[in-house]
Design a binder for this molecule. Structure first.
Ligand code: HEM
Ligand code: HEM
Length: 197
């Protein structure tokens, strides 16, 4: 029987293999991109709109609600993504990447994975310790396992903001490097994360 994991032209394997990223990793990568884009967009709107104001017809409370709910969904996707990363093996490096670029990618991926967990956990601790709570997608009021602790809310809120800045800078490097290779060096690096290699 042929090993489809080792042939680029065969059906794309589910798990990562030496020849490239698997379907799980690719799908989850782009799901996280969409969720993070929604998170940064909702956050920048909700912290600017007045408590009784609206933006594009939606109240501030709706933005907060969706931000918290999608953030917790992103945490679940991050768990799946980590499992996908730990299964199979990491693909070989793209041959067009220099040693410095490989070192940067390695560190950047560590930061991105850490941020995928620190962002939602710090947000959750912030709203629970602050006594704001979470009404999941407007249908389920979550219990508060932490209870009101203003000092903890202060620390968690600070971690949420700081991690958002580190995440934004790291993403700029990550996307910048991929686009540089894709558009300037034209070595098709982006295709390593797209359905067909
Ligand atoms: C992937 C997950 C998440 C991302 C990328 C994200 C991103 C952000 C960003 C960029 C901000 C604006 C910067 C700031 O004021 O701190 C923010 C604010 C906020 N986030 Fe998140 N967040 C995530 C998850 C969550 C979760 C799960 C919750 C709560 C359950 C949450 C609650 C909040 C709150 C309440 C604020 C406003 C803080 C304030 O009013 O100053 N976030 N988030
Ligand atoms: C929220 C935004 C993003 C996050 C958190 C993220 C995270 C990651 C991580 C952790 C990896 C390593 C593979 C893995 O274990 O999943 C990766 C690989 C990759 N990402 Fe992203 N990424 C983001 C946005 C983007 C965007 C917008 C692009 C396109 C310009 C992109 C293109 C790629 C490519 C092409 C690879 C494969 C690089 C290689 O190994 O050759 N990413 N990304």
């Amino acid at each position: 029987m042929r090993d489809c994991a080792s042939h680029g032209r065969q059906t794309m394997p589910l798990l990562n293999a030496a020849s490239g990223y698997g379907a799980f990793t690719k799908v989850l990568h782009w799901v996280v991109v969409v969720l993070f884009a929604l998170q940064f967009t909702s956050a920048s709107i909700m912290v600017r709109v007045a408590a009784n104001g609206t933006a594009i017809g939606l109240s501030q409370a709706i933005y907060y609600n969706w931000h918290k709910s999608l953030g917790l969904l992103a945490l679940m996707v991050a768990v799946l993504r980590l499992l996908a990363r730990k299964s199979g093996r990491l693909p070989d490096w793209a041959p067009t990447l220099g040693n410095c670029e490989r070192a940067f990618i390695h560190r950047a991926e560590q930061v991105l994975y850490a941020a995928m967990f620190v962002m939602p956990v710090s947000g959750f601790v912030y709203v629970m310790a602050g006594g704001y709570g979470v009404n999941l997608f407007g249908i389920l009021e979550l219990g508060n396992p932490i209870g009101g602790k203003p000092w903890l809310a202060g620390i968690a809120g600070w971690i949420h903001t700081l991690t958002a800045v580190v995440l934004g800078l790291t993403l700029a490097g990550h996307v910048g490097l991929v686009l540089w290779h894709q558009l300037v060096l034209k070595d098709r690096l982006l295709y390593r994360m797209l359905p067909r290699r």
